[in-house]
Design a protein around this ligand. Structure first.
Ligand code: FES
Length: 121
């Protein structure tokens, strides 16, 4: 396993992504909600740059009395990575596709040390 320097902590604001290349693998390092995540920037659908897509919260139906649909809301605790090519969505925390767990982004460990962010490949 090798360790790849990404950038200084202050260079990756919350909500941003940094793309790095290590050992021939393109990796997206994402800072979201105070945590860091790293995935291969390769969508298992057709190879799109998944990490460069939007990050959006899960949409949840709101069901009222009698089982009636009354609207929808965002679940900010379940952010998704949305692949920019065809819109496949993956859970930010696991990399699993939201409907088919067999489709999964390749995940890497991230650490911070001495003011720097590192991804372990
Ligand atoms: S390549 Fe990512 S959704 Fe199709």
């Amino acid at each position: 396993m090798s360790e790849c320097y990404v950038c200084k902590v202050e260079e990756l604001a919350d909500g941003d992504v940094r793309i790095v290349k290590e050992s021939g693998i393109e990796i997206g390092v994402i800072h979201q909600g105070g945590a860091y995540y790293a995935y291969q920037n390769l969508c298992p659908h057709q190879g799109g740059p998944a990490c460069e897509g939007l990050r959006l919260p899960q949409v949840v139906d709101v069901i009222g009395e009698g089982g009636l649909f009354v609207g929808q809301r965002f679940d900010e605790a379940d952010m998704h990575i949305v692949c920019p090519w065809h819109g496949y969505e993956y859970h930010l925390t696991s990399g699993e596709h939201v409907c088919n767990a067999a489709l999964k982004l390749r995940k890497f460990e991230v650490s911070t040390r001495d003011g720097g962010i590192y991804v372990h490949v």
